[in-house]
Structure formats: C-alpha cells, structure tokens
Design a protein around this ligand. Sequence first.
Ligand SMILES: Cc1cc2nc3c(=O)[nH]c(=O)nc-3n(C[C@H](O)[C@H](O)[C@H](O)COP(=O)(O)OP(=O)(O)OC[C@H]3O[C@@H](n4cnc5c(N)ncnc54)[C@H](O)[C@@H]3O)c2cc1C
Ligand code: SF4
Ligand code: SF4
Ligand code: SF4
Length: 415
Amino acid sequence: MIKLSEKKDCCGCEACVQRCPKECIEMRLDEEGFSYPRINERLCIDCGLCEKVCPVINRSEKRQPVKVYASENKNETVRKESSSGGIFTLLAEQVIEEGGVVFGARFNENWEVVHSYCESKEGLAQFRGSKYVQSRIGRAFLEAESFIKAGRKVLFSGTPCQIAGLRLFLKKEYENLLTVDFVCHGVPSPGVFQKYLREIIARKGGRKNSVFTHPNPAQMRDISRIHFRDKSLGWKKFSFSLTLSTPAGVEQNTVFLSEPLNKNIYLKGFLSNLYLRPSCHACPVRDLKSGSDITLGDYWGITRVHPAYRNDDKGVSLVLVNTEKGFLSYERISEETTSLESDFRKAVAINPSIAKDVDMPCKRKDFFTMYKDRSFSLIDSVSLLTRESKIVRWSKFIRRVNNRMKFEICRRIKK
Ligand SMILES: Cc1cc2nc3c(=O)[nH]c(=O)nc-3n(C[C@H](O)[C@H](O)[C@H](O)COP(=O)(O)OP(=O)(O)OC[C@H]3O[C@@H](n4cnc5c(N)ncnc54)[C@H](O)[C@@H]3O)c2cc1C
Ligand code: SF4
Ligand code: SF4
Ligand code: SF4
C-alpha cells in the first residue's frame, strides 16, 4: 500500500485510485489546494497494485528524441487559439479522422480543470490552449483503457507525469495509443486558481473600468472564456484574459480582464513558482522519462537557434518526436505544417524545463502561510511577494538605458 512520507512523492496522477481493485483510495484536498490519495485501510487487501502503477516509485530511464522540429500549424486561426504553434490540434485531428478518441484537459462548469475526451474535431476546441492549473484526471485512464481495448485509436494528452501514470496503469504497450505530453514547468494549485477567480470577480464585479461593460456585478457563472495564453499582444507577450457571457441588451461578449504576463497577478505568481505542486520541484519524469511518443513545447528563442527563421510572433512549437510511432504520426501531419528540423542540445539550452526542476523559492512558504490565513487576499499576497526590490528595479533601469545607448551608437556608426 502506498505510504506518502513527503508531499513531493506524489504528483497527483490518480493512477493508484483507478487501479485499486477494492476502490479504497480517494483523492483528498490538502490545505494548499492540491489533491493527494487517502487509503481506507480497513478495506485494503495489501495487493500492492497501487505501488506498481505509481510513476514516482517506478521511474524510467532518461531519453533523447529521435527527431526535433520547430513547427507551426498552417491554419492561422488554430495557431492563434493555441499556446505555441498549434501542433496538438493537428495530431488530434488526425486521430479523429481515423475514428479515434482524444483525451485532454478542459474547464468544467465551475472553471476547474479536468481531463475528459472527445470524438469530434469541434470537440477539440475545449482542449486547445494551456491551462496553468493542475487538471483532475478523474476516471480518464479507465475510460481510455476501455476505448483502447475496444480497438479504437486513442490520443491521450497531458502532463508528463500523467502520461507516465497512464502507461504504468495500462501495464503494456498498445499500438492504437498515441501519447502526447509537453515540456512541463510545473502545475499550479487548483485551490489557488479558484481563489484568484473569486477575488477578481468580487473586486472588479461592480466597478466600471476600461474593458468592462457588464451592467451588473459579475459572478463566476457569468464567465464564458478563460485564456491563459491570449496572443492579442503577441506570442511572446501573452496575456491572461477572461471573457463574460453576453448580458441582456449587449450584443457582444465582454472582455472582463486582459493583462499581459508581467502585469497579471496569477501569471506572475505562477512564473515566480509560488504555488507549484511540491512534486514539480523534484519531478520524477524530466528528461523525457514519461515514455510519451511526442513532447510539445514553446520554441522560445527560435531565432537564436535558427537566425533565418521568420518569426511572426504568432507561436512556434518545439516538437520532440520520441518514438517510431510518434515519428509516423508527425509525418502524417507534416504537410499541414511549416517546419524545420532542429537540434536537441540547442533546444534544451533555451528551454531548461526539459531537463531541470525549478528550485522551490523560500517565498512559497510565506505565500501558503498567507493563503491559509483567510484574512489575507490572494491578490495582495502575490503582489507583495512578487514585488521587485529597489535594487532589482534600478539594475533593470540601468540595463535598459545601457541597451538603448548601445543601439543608438550602432545606429550612428552604420549611418
Ligand atoms: C502547466 C503547463 C506548463 C507548461 N510549461 C511549459 C514550459 O515550461 N516550457 C514549454 O516550452 N512549454 C510548456 N508548456 C506547454 C506549452 O504551453 C503548450 O501547451 C505546448 O507547446 C503545446 O502547444 P500547442 O500550440 O501545440 O497546442 P495547445 O492547443 O496549446 O495544447 C493544448 C494541450 O495541452 C493540454 N493541456 C492544457 N492544459 C493542461 C493541463 N493543465 N494539464 C494537462 N494537460 C493540459 C491539452 O490537453 C492539449 O493537449 C506547459 C503547458 C502547461 C499546461
Ligand atoms: S494495496 Fe491494493 S487494495 Fe490496498 S490500496 Fe493499494 S491497490 Fe488498493
Ligand atoms: S503519484 Fe499518482 S500513483 Fe503515485 S501516489 Fe500519487 S496519485 Fe497515486
Ligand atoms: S513538473 Fe513534473 S511532476 Fe510537476 S506536473 Fe509537470 S510532469 Fe508532473
């Protein structure tokens, strides 16, 4: 039976819950807003199956991809809606065309992130775009298993630890399963995200501001769309945006909030690693250990690796093809992409999350002390903990002035 001595020893993949023959494991929320398994020892028969499917206990070897690409979906609309180059949608559409089923992460009616499946191309829209919140797997591994055993082709997408959990859960390789994960920085707490949503709605709800035209105080149920990677200001300067459903008498949905990554409190806290799951600071599956067929990511710094690349700031995917099966799938969609073969060593250098955990900052503890104390607002706590010190602000200012001077000198020399 699984015994967790430290929180970092569980990535929350829920493989153990779904494999237990006595159904005596349930996921319980902790005080940081993450879920962990709790075993009912009275029902447990000590069969050890839960340990056999756990990706933290059963780790795989480090891998190198067979091929690496910088790639963009030629469909501009899909690329705009996707986080990087929109390659996930192409892979998924291919599986749907073959009569298959696609699993991914979507929002439910309470704006929680959950795993589910779809069988149509239209259904893929709900999975598009990164949701910077840990998704709940629920019964997705069991559902995927039944489709696979019925002979349907299945594409399962998720975090690398979810893919590792699924593969252990299934026990063997299946020809009709394609697994797609992504380069994973880490997943933020679902509890923190819910608190953030409630606070912004409550704070801005009744007030008019430049983007808000809703006549009544807004409520959670009025939200119609949340986008963590809105590309209105470009791929590199992505925004968090939240749209409300159409109120009576107003023709268009209203954009309630739209803030770039350096201004939005939730994204700032995420990128400062204040509320990642403890296991993400000791990730069991970095270095492509998940066993996935394809790993997707953002090809940040593409022009540093390929100076001639035409970067239109609409998103470029890094595609790591890890297996022969992944290679055949990627080949089938390649005509619908603009792509270029790239180099793994260089890709790792500009995307450290492939191989390296982020350190747990000391401010994480301060954040959760404030989070647990109900008298602190989440927005105020994050802005306090992500505020730059005067020294940092000054050094950034001096660097900016220096760069501008260098640019001016170069311009004059050229002239
Ligand atoms: C929490 C998180 C952290 C990430 N960290 C990095 C990083 O450090 N470096 C990097 O290069 N890329 C990172 N990515 C991946 C990147 O943002 C894109 O998702 C990836 O490049 C695929 O983009 P796309 O344009 O092909 O498709 P998109 O349409 O953007 O891809 C969506 C896919 O992601 C899945 N997905 C979305 N949210 C979640 C979630 N919460 N849990 C599980 N699956 C989810 C969907 O099911 C779907 O398969 C991260 C993604 C997430 C969700
Ligand atoms: S040992 Fe077996 S019965 Fe007990 S919790 Fe684990 S899977 Fe369930
Ligand atoms: S990592 Fe997954 S399988 Fe292991 S204990 Fe946590 S939820 Fe269970
Ligand atoms: S960083 Fe590792 S442990 Fe955390 S969600 Fe990603 S794959 Fe899982």
